[in-house]
Structures are given as structure tokens and as C-alpha cells.
Ligand binder design. Structure first.
Ligand SMILES: NC(=O)NCCC(=O)O
Length: 385
């Protein structure tokens, strides 16, 4: 059955269907708290959201005050968006249309005091990797240091004193013009402080990304920013628990998961994976997905015997934030652009570690030893008959 593009969000459906103590119980069991702690946003931001047709939601994660450490309050923002115009237009026009709509949303994020903002995977282009065509799509690849996306975002980073994570298609001119799927980290002074390249490249459905780029070679970097230690687990990496684990081992307090995934494939996994990662690693996770349906000029096939088609499928948005204790925000819409803001206290990471002891009780030494054996060509699985 085709996935619905009508249902705005499961969260909305629930909140409109249940009421009173049933809704409270649902919230307690599903979201991990009875109250979403919705934050007020400025009238001007509300007007801009209405005028520019994006959703705006903000939530707080109140955290216990500590006697010996001051709170470390940070506002994180995530943006999900559809592309700005059709994919048969000139590339520069397509990119400009995305910049034009993103500009408005970033301005609202800045006005609302967002400290760290993350955009969706390959945000400055359509997700054309389904086509397997090299032309014209490879032309969207750009330099980390001074490509159009970095130039565009630097201005906002400086204006709002905000760290921005910009997932782009990277062109590495120094190493043979190779292409990578990369998240660029721009600090509050507008300086690129580093990048992370996607570790796990999908080979599923229409996600033909391996035609364009290899698995990343940047490890699991954690960026120690003015607003906390952040990391980026790009899209398909969210299916790999050890990928999440390594960002935690390196000390991440917030891990962003900029994604591009479609309803027919992964919607039933979406609410589970980033949330589970937050719980297992005692850090905040911010899951961000594209939204809308992208159609391409030429037909492509999915290698499943079904007819050739021009549409990728429905990118279902539904971005959300999870705290280390497993409590989460409702999702943004499945069908509309949106800005989700979460006010978090990074002290909750250590508080959760102290309470649950997952870091203390994990057995990295044991896993390292077992994994070392498992990767040997003559490995014999430890099975007892
Ligand atoms: N962009 C990407 O890696 N998508 C793969 C599909 C998925 O992970 O749900």
C-alpha cells in the first residue's frame, strides 16, 4: 500500500483523538513524560512561520539543578524542508530556491535564540542519488571551505552567534575531485571548524548513493563547540548501533542525525533508532528528515521488477529530539517544512549516566576482544551445540 501524504503526523492524530487521563497516560508511556513542556515563541516568529508556510514548535527539557555545577542550557534547532522548485530547472535556480526558503527558517531560529542548528542531509540539492545519473547532479558537489552553502550559512552563524551543521555533497578538490556525503560544522564566528563524512552508505531501495561516493574516512569526530560537544551521524548510520556508540565514546553530548528517507522504506523504524541511541549512549539525539516528494526528469528503476518511475517516494519529515533519559518531543509534520527547537540542559547527560550506569556497565574491552576475533578470516562463531 502506498504511504499516505495526507496524514500530517501521528502525534497530532493522537493528541486530537485522546483526551484527559488517557492522553496523559499515553504521553507518559510513549513520550516519557506527561507534559511536552511547550515553549512560547515570539509573535514575529509565529507570523513568519505562517507567511512562509513552515511549522514552528519549541519544547523544554527541564532538568534537575545540581549543587556543584551550573546548568548548561543550550537551544538546539533542526530544520526539515522540501526542495524549492522542480528538478528540471537550472541547477543554480534550484539551489537558490532552497536558499530562499531556508533563509526565512534560519532567521526564525536566530530570533528564537537557537545556539546550534542542523539542516537535513544534502540540504542544498534534491536527493537525486536515486537516478544514478552523474550529470547534472554531481555538479551540486561543493567545497567545504568556500562552496555556496558554506558561504550562505556563514553569514547567519555570525549574525546570530550560532553553530550551524551543514550536511552537503562535498567536492574534495585536493584529492582528485572526489565526492563525499559530508556534514560541515561552522562555528559562531562563521569559521569552518571541521567536517564529518558519512560512514555508512546505503544500498537499499532507490538509495543508490554508492554510485556517487564511498564510505567516509573521518572516523567519529566530536566537535567541542562553544555550546557543547556535538557529533553528526549521517542518515543510514542510524541503523548501526556501533556508529552511535563511537560518538558517545568520544564524548558527544548531542548527536545530530540529518537524514533523507522515505515512507515505504523506514517510517516504522524512524521513531525507534535515534531515540534508542540517546538512551543507550546517555546523550541528546536530534533526528532530522527531509520532507516532500521529489520527482526527476528521467525515469529510473529500483531493481525490484516494478515499473520504472520518476518519483523517489515520500520523504516523511517527522524530525524529533530525544533526551538522554529517553523523553522525547513530538515530531514535526510528515508533510510540511518545519523548525523544531529544543531547550536542553547538557547536565542531563551526566545525571542520566549516574542514574542508569550504562557507560559504567558497558563492556568495551569484552566487545573489542570479541570483534577483533570476528573480523579474522578464520573466525569461528562462539556457538555451543
Ligand atoms: N540517505 C540515506 O542514507 N537513506 C537510506 C535510507 C534509510 O536509512 O532509511
Amino acid at each position: 500500500m502506498a504511504a499516505s501524504t495526507e496524514l500530517p503526523s501521528l502525534d497530532l492524530l493522537i493528541s486530537q483523538t485522546l483526551s484527559g487521563s488517557d492522553l496523559q497516560e499515553y504521553n507518559r508511556i510513549h513520550y516519557g513524560r506527561t507534559d511536552h513542556h511547550e515553549l512560547e515563541v515570539k509573535k514575529s516568529s509565529q507570523s513568519s512561520a505562517k507567511e512562509n508556510d513552515f511549522d514552528l514548535a519549541a519544547y523544554d527539557f527541564p532538568t534537575k539543578k545540581e549543587e556543584t555545577r551550573s546548568p548548561r542550557i543550550v537551544r538546539v534547532g533542526v530544520i526539515q524542508n522540501s526542495i524549492g522548485t522542480s528538478t528540471d530547472k537550472p541547477l543554480v535556480e534550484q539551489r537558490q530556491a532552497i536558499f530562499d526558503k531556508i533563509r526565512k527558517i534560519i532567521e526564525s531560529a536566530g530570533e528564537e535564540g537557537v545556539n546550534v542548528l542542523c539542516l537535513q542531509e544534502a540540504w542544498s540539492m534534491p536527493f537525486a542519488f536515486c537516478t544514478r545519473e552523474k550529470q547534472p547532479w554531481c555538479e551540486f558537489a561543493e567545497s567545504v571551505e568556500n562552496g555556496p552553502s558554506t558561504q550562505f550559512l556563514k553569514e547567519f552563524a555570525i549574525k546570530y552567534g550560532m553553530v550551524i551543521v551543514s550536511p552537503i555533497l562535498e567536492r574534495d578538490e585536493v584529492h582528485g575531485d572526489t565526492i563525499w556525503n559530508t556534514a560541515v560544522v561552522i562555528n559562531e564566528a562563521g569559521k569552518v571548524i571541521g567536517k564529518h563524512r558519512k560512514n555508512h552508505i546505503p544500498r537499499v531501495g532507490d538509495f543508490n548513493e554508492s554510485t556517487y561516493y564511498f564510505e567516509g574516512n573521518t572516523g567519529h569526530p566530536v566537535f567541542d563547540t562553544k555550546y557543547g560537544k556535538i557529533a553528526i551521524n549521517i542518515c543510514y548510520g542510524r541503523h548501526h548501533p556501533l556508529n552511535w556508540l563511537m560518538f558517545g565514546v568520544n564524548g558527544a553530548e548531542i548527536v545530530f542525525n540529518p537524514s533523507a528517507t522515505v515512507a515505504g522504506l523506514s517510517e516504522h523504524l524512524w521513531a525507534v533508532e535515534a531515540r534508542n541511541a540517546a538512551i543507550a549512549n546517555s546523550y541528546f539525539t536530534c533526528a532530522i528528515n527531509r520532507v516532500g516528494t521529489e520527482a526527476f526528469p528521467n525515469e529510473f528503476t529500483s531493481g525490484d521488477g516494478k515499473p520504472a518511475h520518476k518519483e523517489f517516494g515520500h520523504f516523511y519529515g517527522s524530525s524529533y529530539v530525544t533526551a538522554p533519559n529517553g523523553a522525547r518531543t513530538p515530531s514535526l509534520s510528515r508533510v510540511k517544512d518545519g523548525l523544531l527547537i529544543a531547550q536542553i540542559d547538557l547536565n542531563l547527560c551526566r545525571q542520566t549516566k549516574d542514574r542508569w550506569g550504562f557507560q559504567m556497565t558497558q563492556r568495551l574491552d569484552l566487545y573489542a576482544d570479541s570483534l577483533n576475533k570476528a573480523i579474522q578470516h578464520d573466525f569461528v562463531p562462539q556457538v555451543i551445540q
